[in-house]
Design a protein around this ligand. Structure first.
Ligand code: 0RA
Length: 649
């Protein structure tokens, strides 16, 4: 017994050490918030498994004021009996041994997500402390760990009448940096998704950090259909009922089941979410390919048969425009392209999804001809718009060539021709543009002044030709030199490898107009040059908000807090030193040297890099924020207004 305990605990320590050394391998990036939040999903997965096993109907996630987080479920409670192999309690094995997830109970854990995850022990390893409380057989047990190592035995601390498990942990801030606060909205969005995929499971999220408790509750009986309806909530659906498709096929290892929900709306983007065994595959895979192939052939087939289409066939993009869909596959032994399960590669799934969707969707079209016609007509319109856009784009290209060299006259280019070291400042207004031209490092920094507000492209998505006729937009396309359009299959589509500058830097005034112009530019980039954003080429310059001075000495402050701190420092021992504070409203108020010193000098500037966590969510955000629906926009802005600072009206 003694021996096996020692052997077991040495193994445990080695495992935990591996996770602490390379958290990225197990949990994702520890510096940008992804590993931090992955910890939550790992712990929640265990409670969801209890639900899948039929023993748990509620999960509570509590964000505590001290930086820790608790996950409580009402399942059977982790077993507390002695584990033969290791000579410690089963609970301690689950908490400390990598991949110990569901080893105890194979049958009820058949197709669960958590089983294949790294398990709660990996989270334990990267936690300053973790505490598990178990309600089981009328007794409350508790055990505490620090950095994954137990600091108490599993102790009996009281009695109870219910059953369940609570796991609390505080992320170790020697491992997580940069983003170390749990993000309520991110947790809410993800767990809402989890509850949609687990019909009947109630998930409650409670944020205890602020003055007022913030609660969000998710409980859906409708499963996938309700999920799709929710995605389309702020859009105009083209057909009332969500199309539900399901099927099953037996393969050697067991049954593969396929469930889909689809609904077209008036949106221009597509939102297709793919899952395998309740785990999201953000890069799709074979289920996605099967769905796409079936959709394209179904819609084209129906269009031809009913003579709704002249000329060439509809492309996959035409057919999927405005489609919201969920594909959920359950598979006894799936393969993925990576540890993080971003892409399903099991090849047999493609044919299974394709066959199921093709049959059932054809059936639906036959039974609902009016809906089928709406869907086909929408795809035909999309096809025409795409054609018009292509022509307008070609025209833009030709015009560039005619004007000699293709570079716009307003551009003050840099000398270097090495894109890696080059950057282009997109500057609001001619006067700030002038300062930037004088102040810049001419070798690597190009300046493109943009006049006034650029076109709100979100409102022109039905008339894309107009986007390409817009002067400021033409100017940007030609200056970047990397084409335009998100569909990489189109000729002349945007291609980051052709970018003439590896950093596109948006520099606007620190006021409401500046914020608006920045949003308009981001909207354009998102809709027409998306890879520039997703591949990390887009930045936002951070000009200072204040100049704080005393006599000849002066400093710049980039926030109100920084300003107040500086005032204190400059005052020193003399509370009566009446310090000068200048508020910069526009870039134009700074002379070229000041602009260089504060905002453009690569040695000293700070810039924000634009990143995107969730493409679908971002699509919907731009639709709401920049689209036509004013009441929706108002609601959205009011919801997020509390997060907006530096608003200068
Ligand atoms: C192994 C076996 C059993 C339950 C669990 C693990 C379990 C683990 C976690 C983690 C968080 N909550 C959990 N709830 C249950 C089955 C025990 C039995 O047969 O009674």
């Amino acid at each position: 017994m003694e021996d096996s305990y020692d052997a077991g605990s040495i193994q445990v320590l080695e495992g935990l050490e591996a996770v602490r050394k390379r958290p990225g391998m197990y949990l994702g990036d520890p510096h940008d918030g992804s590993a931090l939040h992955h910890c939550i999903w790992e712990v929640v997965d265990n409670s969801v498994d209890e639900h899948l096993a039929g023993h748990n109907d509620t999960v509570e996630v509590i964000i505590n004021p001290d930086g820790s987080l608790s996950v409580r479920d009402y399942g059977r409670g982790i077993p507390v009996d002695l584990h033969e192999e290791f000579g410690i309690s089963a609970a301690e094995v689950i908490m400390t041994k990598l991949h110990a997830g569901g080893k105890f109970d194979n049958n009820s854990y058949k197709v669960s997500g958590g089983l294949h995850g790294v398990g709660v022990s990996a989270v334990n390893a990267v936690s300053e402390w973790m505490e598990v409380t178990i309600h089981r057989d009328g007794i409350i047990y508790q055990q505490r760990f620090e950095a994954g190592v137990r600091v108490t035995e599993l102790e009996k601390i009281g009695t109870c009448e219910d059953t369940g498990t609570t796991i609390s942990f505080k992320p170790d801030l020697s491992i997580f940096t940069n983003i170390t606060d749990f993000d309520f909205d991110q947790i809410d969005t993800r767990l809402k998704e989890t509850s949609f995929l687990n019909a009947g499971l109630k998930i409650v999220i409670i944020d205890e950090r602020g003055e007022d408790q913030h609660i969000s509750e998710h409980h859906y009986e409708g499963g996938l259909a309700e999920f799709v309806r929710q995605i389309n909530a702020r859009r105009e659906a083209m057909h009332e009922d969500v199309i539900i498709i399901s099927g099953e096929k037996e393969i050697e290892k067991g049954p593969v089941t396929v469930e889909l929900a689809l609904q077209w709306s008036d949106a221009f983007s597509e939102s297709i979410l793919c899952y395998t065994n309740i785990i999201r595959n953000k890069d799709g895979g074979t289920h996605m390919s099967g769905l796409r192939t079936a959709l394209t052939s179904c819609v084209n087939g129906y269009a031809k048969k009913n003579k709704l289409l002249k000329g060439e066939g509809l492309s996959g993009d035409d057919v999927r425009e405005g489609l919201a869909a969920i594909v959920s596959v359950k598979h006894p032994d799936p393969s993925f392209s990576s540890q993080t399960k971003d892409k399903l590669v099991s090849s047999e799934v493609m044919g299974i999804v394709q066959t199921v969707v093709y049959e059932k969707l054809n059936e639906f079209f036959e039974e609902n001809p009016s809906v089928a016609k709406l869907i086909v007509n929408k795809a035909v319109l999309a096809n025409k718009a795409r054609e018009a856009a292509r022509k307008a784009r070609d025209l833009t290209r030709r015009k560039g060539v005619l004007e000699g060299g293709g570079l716009p006259g307003k551009l003050a280019d840099c000398q270097s021709k090495n894109p890696k070291e080059c950057e282009i400042y997109l500057v609001e207004g001619d006067s700030a543009g002038g300062s930037a031209k004088t102040g810049r490092d001419r070798r690597t920094q190009a300046i493109l002044p943009l006049r006034g507000k650029i076109l709100n492209v979100e409102r022109q998505m039905h008339n894309i030709a107009k986007v390409f006729q817009n002067n400021e937009i033409q100017t940007m396309i030609r200056a970047f030199g990397a084409g335009v359009g998100n569909n990489s299959e189109d000729e002349g589509a945007f291609d980051t490898t052709k970018l003439r500058y590896h950093r596109l830097i948006i520099m606007t005034d620190a006021d409401v107009d500046g914020a608006h112009i920045r949003t308009l530019m981001l909207t354009f980039l998102w809709r027409f040059m998306r890879p520039a954003i997703t591949e990390g080429h887009v930045f936002i310059a951070q000009p200072p908000l204040y100049q704080v001075s005393k006599g000849k000495m002066s400093r710049y402050a980039f926030s109100d807090e920084e300003r107040d701190e500086m005032i204190e420092v400059l005052k020193g021992d003399n509370p009566n030193a009446k310090i000068g504070v200048q508020r910069y409203k526009g870039l134009g108020e700074m002379n070229p040297e000041q602009l260089w010193e504060t905002t453009m000098d690569p040695e000293t500037r700070t810039m924000l890099k634009v990143t995107v966590k969730e493409a679908e969510e971002t699509d919907r955000m731009f639709e709401t924020l920049m689209g036509e629906d004013v009441p929706e926009r108002r609601a959205f802005i009011e919801r997020y207004a509390k997060e907006v600072t530096n608003l200068d009206i």
